[in-house]
Each structure stands twice: as structure tokens, then as C-alpha cells.
Design a binder for this molecule. Structure first.
Ligand SMILES: *Cc1c(COP(=O)(O)O)cnc(C)c1O
Length: 402
């Protein structure tokens, strides 16, 4: 498979680069705060007291470990490999985002910060951040695109309920990209008091490596659970890819296991036509956006293209730099699922398993529906159920009449 997986284990390098990807492309004023964050993060990572505190809150507040659940009826229906669901949807606040939010807020407290800011797309990261900020009594401001505020109104209300201020961003396409811009602007201005809890494995170093390490608990648990339940490693891992945090969290602990294949599923939207999707590996090219170098959907002049997906959490023009690296190394395959395929998977999982998945996670389920029937009955697949679909019910109801 041509991968030096060992090398990948050692990435990023000291400059935060994954091969040609990653790095730190920010205004001068953010250089110092990022270096301070990097130094404090690496100290915390090797501090047993920090790790003990993080484990305590992940267990007692967040609800870890999550089950690795054998999806018996879906397996029977598809007639191929055995399907296991990693149930991140069962976490407090309903998605994997809180693994990272909890890690970062403990870091913020350690650094003496009193104010938390974050960007959010689907609203799940905003809710996770507002939750941990409430829990530790820190002031919290969430930036969210005005369009996303509308399509995820329930999450906006949840954030406000938790005491956060939600700032709708009216610039540009009014979605996640613009929310990140506003959060970065705020951080530059208020950096002394403020920590920016970025929500995915994206942005300037050290965010991609830090978020990956806070999310790798998904894969660490899944690895131990499948070995316990099936006495062997899985053949295939499937996860949806927005910025890439739930996927890298699942994949990372398996990267050195050459027999384990991995598929990251991007948003195919209405199909691979300009501005109708958010599948960065199907039309993207090398560029720099919001602090890092990666695959980006841009036009021939380097203007960032509009994107579309039924799921706000996957609707972003760039992808985390480690995924760009793993793509080029051919260690992970990147496919896409369309809006229609994701909606069909949403309904199928609800009807067959009694689990309503997030629209984001439904993209991973859609890929399983395509792949699993072509696999042997003795093979094992783990699908990351990154979140639950409660937040999406109103939006789905507008498209599907029951
Ligand atoms: C935010 C979100 C995603 C996409 O983000 P990643 O960083 O790519 O994981 C996927 N699923 C759910 C449920 C989300 O809330």
C-alpha cells in the first residue's frame, strides 16, 4: 500500500506539517498565541494529572466509553460483512464533538483563560462548547453562519439555554467558513483572556494534531472492543469527513494495521458539479485556507467555491491536512455520498436498528450500504456513528413526507 505508516505515526513534524500539508498560515498577531497553545498542549499531554482529570470528565460527564454495537438487522439486510456501529451518538450533547471540547476547555483552564469562543456549522460543536463552558463557569461566545442558524435553529436555542452568546455571521455564504473567519478575528483581538476551541482537525498547528489526539479515544476504544468481541481486527472502517475529526479519531489507532482498510466519506451534495457538493478530494486542489494548507474547493483564480450539503457539519470547502496526507499516501480511500443517499441511509438505520443518525453520520451509513454487500460474511466493518439525528428531524421532515 506504499505507506510508511510509521512515518505517519510521527507526523506532524515540528512545524505542524503532514508532508506538504498543514503548517501555520496566520497573521503575525496569532503566531505567539499559537506557539503558547502548542507548548501548553504538549506539556498537558505528558502530564498524568491532566490526563487523569480528562479521563474523569470523559467518563463521569461525557459518558465514555461508548458501545461498539453489532447492527444485526442491518447486517442481515445487506447480506455481507458484519456491521458494528461506534456509538458516539450516545455521548452527552449527541455527537463526538464534546471529546475535543472537553479536552480543550481543560487546557484553557490550565492556561488561565476566562473566556471561550468557538465556530460552529451544524451547531453540534457550539452546543458541546457551550456545555463545557457552562460546566466550568467560563464566558462563551459562539460564531455561526446565519444560514446555519436557520437550518439548525434548535441548536441555536440550546446554546443560548446554556448561557452562551450566539453571534450570527452574515458575511459571504453565511455558513461555517465565515464563522471561522469571525472566530479568528475575535481571537486576535481578545487573545489574552480568550481560548479559541476549534471544532475539527483543521486550522493552524497545533489544532489538527491536538484535535486528533483528543478524538483518538474513539479508535482506541473501538480497537479494544472489536478485539474483545470478535478476537480480531476489523477489515474496514468507515467514517464521514467534514473537517475530519471523527474520522481521524477512529482511523488513527489503526493506521499501522496494514490489513485494516479505511474509507472517509465526504458530502456529495447534489452530485460532483461545481458548488453542488463539498467533496474536496473530488475536485479540490492544493491551497491555503484558514491557517493550513490542504485540499480546497476553489476556482481557477483561487477563490473559495461555494459548497452544498444537506448536512451543515460536512459543508466546508477544505479538509483537515492529515486527511490530505493519508489520501496522497493511499492509506485512506475517500468517497462521497449524495444528499439523497444520506437521506435514504438515515431512514434505513432508523427503521432497521431503531437509531436515528445525524445527517453527517448518515453519509458513512450510506457508504456501508454500498460496500458491505460486496464483502464476505466473515468480514468485519466498523461504521462511526458520529452523532444522533435529533437536530436534523425538522429538516428531514421538510424533505420526506411520512
Ligand atoms: C461536526 C460533525 C461532523 C463533521 O465533523 P468532523 O470534524 O469531520 O468529524 C460529523 N458528524 C457530526 C455528528 C458532527 O456534528
Amino acid at each position: 500500500m506504499g505507506v510508511s505508516v510509521v512515518a505517519s505515526e510521527q507526523l506532524p513534524d515540528a512545524q505542524g506539517r503532514f508532508g506538504p500539508y498543514g503548517g501555520r498560515f496566520v497573521p503575525e498577531t496569532l503566531m505567539h498565541p499559537l506557539m503558547e497553545l502548542e507548548a501548553e498542549y504538549f506539556r498537558a499531554q505528558h502530564d498524568p494529572e491532566f490526563q487523569r482529570e480528562l479521563s474523569y470528565y470523559l467518563r463521569e460527564f461525557v459518558g465514555r466509553p461508548t458501545p461498539l454495537y453489532f447492527a444485526e438487522r442491518l447486517t442481515r439486510e445487506l447480506g455481507g460483512a458484519k456491521i458494528f456501529l461506534k456509538r458516539e451518538d450516545l455521548l452527552h450533547t449527541g455527537a463526538h464533538k464534546i471529546n475535543n471540547a472537553m479536552g480543550q476547555i481543560l487546557l484553557a483552564k490550565r492556561m488561565g483563560k476566562t473566556r471561550i469562543i468557538a465556530e460552529t456549522g451544524a451547531g453540534q460543536h457550539g452546543v458541546a462548547t457551550a456545555t463545557v463552558a457552562a460546566m466550568f463557569g467560563l464566558k462563551c461566545v459562539i460564531y455561526m453562519g446565519a444560514v446555519d442558524c436557520e437550518r439548525q435553529a434548535l441548536n441555536v436555542y440550546r446554546m443560548k439555554m446554556l448561557g452562551a452568546e450566539v453571534v450570527p455571521v452574515h458575511a459571504g455564504q453565511k455558513t461555517l467558513k465565515e464563522a471561522v473567519n469571525e472566530a479568528m478575528r475575535d481571537w486576535v483581538t481578545n487573545v489574552r483572556s480568550t481560548h479559541y476551541i476549534l471544532g475539527t482537525a483543521y486550522g493552524a498547528h497545533p489544532y489538527p494534531v491536538m484535535v486528533r489526539n483528543f478524538q483518538r479515544i474513539i479508535g482506541d476504544e473501538a480497537r479494544a472492543q472489536i478485539l474483545e468481541q470478535e478476537k480480531r481486527l476489523p477489515d474496514l472502517l468507515i467514517a464521514c469527513v467534514g473537517g475530519g475529526s471523527n474520522a481521524i479519531g477512529l482511523f488513527y489507532p489503526f493506521l499501522n494495521d496494514a490489513t485494516v482498510k479505511m474509507i472517509g466519506v465526504e458530502a456529495g451534495g447534489e452530485g460532483i458539479l461545481p458548488e453542488k457538493h463539498a467533496a474536496r478530494f473530488h475536485g479540490g486542489s492544493l491551497g491555503v485556507l484558514q491557517g493550513t494548507r490542504s485540499y480546497i474547493l476553489q476556482d481557477e483564480h483561487g477563490q473559495i467555491q461555494s459548497t452544498h450539503s444537506v448536512s451543515a457539519g460536512l459543508d466546508y470547502a477544505a479538509v483537515g491536512p492529515e486527511h490530505a496526507w493519508l489520501h496522497d499516501q493511499k492509506r485512506v480511500e475517500y468517497s462521497y455520498a449524495t444528499d439523497d443517499a444520506a437521506l435514504a441511509a438515515f431512514q434505513k438505520l432508523a427503521r432497521l436498528e431503531g437509531i436515528i443518525p445525524a445527517l453527517e453520520s448518515s453519509h458513512a451509513v450510506a457508504e456501508a450500504i454500498v460496500r458491505v454487500p460486496k464483502m464476505g460474511r466473515d468480514q468485519l466493518v466498523i461504521v462511526n456513528l458520529s452523532g444522533r439525528g435529533d437536530k436534523d428531524v425538522a429538516q428531514v421532515a421538510a424533505r420526506i413526507k411520512l
